[in-house]
Design a protein around this ligand. Structure first.
Ligand code: ATP
Ligand code: MG
Length: 333
């Protein structure tokens, strides 16, 4: 069991209000991801949930019970940080078991839980090694193992993979997805990585300036962003924004169009323009162009394309995939 309910969470450091009234419901077993610009309050919110930081006001309920005055160790939460924070002089086995030992758990029980976690995380060959003798990915798995053995109701992850190189990040991401499937535990996870957010989350929470902009499944946020902030934040490369008046009379102030929803051709199309820069990513080609109608546009094409700077091209948007926003930046249904 591990449901979480946040009501009107506010947090100020001095006069600086960092969380401005956060309401959030997380179901037991859900994988929830927090995204948002640097400094928007993601880590602070995790720390408030864990009890490492006192909220200025508001309520935190775990499985229906108020925990706002419960100390961190009694909340049934385990947190995994970006820095692994392992004890350098202890081997993997003892690092994973230390928390249980300190809580007075019996030796046999500790061994059983550490053994199970280490098998789950493929750490069995490394149990006798010290952290300095491990790769970054292995260290992060030990940090995750240390959280697992406590059998928490709720896992909190604060950018756990950001110290890892690209290949290891993919591998560890798959391991975390597998872990979530097997443990069926509630997980709350902060990341700057779009792919992690889109692939791991049941539900993404987009934070901005200490407030929630939108909550939804990855595809809801991608297909139906509630406002220009979410539209610009979710998706890479970023959505193109065009002043609606440039495209003719409209009730909208801004038109949004994702780079993957624009076709390019050399002979004809809606918007004539000139290529400025091309990025060949292998599976995709990103073309940056300037058109008379819209100004700068980013276009994402599937596969390899031989466009080059100064080429004259015509861009044609997929009309069914346009997003329209009003003067306040809110999506028009
Ligand atoms: N102990 C503190 N005292 C004062 N201000 C703090 C403290 N901790 C965080 N802040 C401020 O609160 C704001 C939110 O910080 P937080 O660490 O939650 O951001 P974040 O969304 O996790 O950012 P990042 O993506 O860079 O990790 C920032 O402006 C930060 O400077
Ligand atoms: Mg942070």
């Amino acid at each position: 069991m591990g449901s979480l309910e946040l009501k009107s969470i506010r947090k100020a450091f001095g006069t600086h209000e960092v969380l401005k009234g956060i309401d959030l419901d997380v179901r037991d077993g859900e994988f929830v991801i927090f995204v948002g610009p640097s400094g928007c309050g993601k880590s602070t919110l995790l720390r408030v949930i864990a009890g490492l930081e006192d909220a200025t006001s508001g309520s935190v309920r775990i499985d229906g019970a108020e925990v706002i005055n419960t100390p961190p160790a009694k909340r049934g939460i385990a947190m995994v940080f970006q820095s692994y924070a392992l004890y350098p002089h202890l081997n993997v086995k003892d690092n994973m078991g230390l928390g249980l030992k300190q809580a007075g758990t019996e030796r046999a029980e500790i061994d059983a839980r550490v053994g199970k976690a280490s098998t789950m995380l493929s750490l069995d060959p490394y149990l006798a090694r010290r952290p300095a003798e491990l790769s970054g990915g292995q260290r992060q798995r030990v940090a995750i193992g240390r959280a697992i053995v406590r059998e928490p109701k709720l896992f909190l992850f604060d950018e756990p993979l950001s110290n890892l190189d690209a290949a290891l990040r993919v591998q560890t991401r798959l391991e975390i997805a597998g872990l979530h499937r097997r443990l069926k535990a509630t997980m709350i996870y902060v990341t700057h990585d779009q792919v992690e957010a889109m692939t791991l989350a049941d539900k993404i929470v987009v934070l901005n300036g200490g407030a929630i902009e939108q909550i939804g499944s990855p595809m809801e946020l991608y297909n139906k962003p509630a406002n220009t902030f979410v539209a610009g934040f979710i998706g890479s490369p970023q959505m193109n924004f065009i002043a609606a008046e440039k495209l003719g009379p409209s009730e909208a102030k801004t038109i949004g169009i994702r780079p993957e929803h624009i076709a390019l051709a050399r002979e004809s199309g809606d918007w004539k323009g000139k290529v400025i820069h091309v990025e060949h990513l292998g599976a995709d080609t990103i073309v940056y162009l300037e058109t008379e109608m819209t100004g700068l546009l980013t276009v994402r094409l599937f596969g390899e394309h031989r466009y080059a700077p100064d080429d004259v091209v015509y861009a044609t948007p997929d009309k069914a995939s346009l997003h329209r926003f009003d003067t306040n930046g809110r999506a028009i249904a």
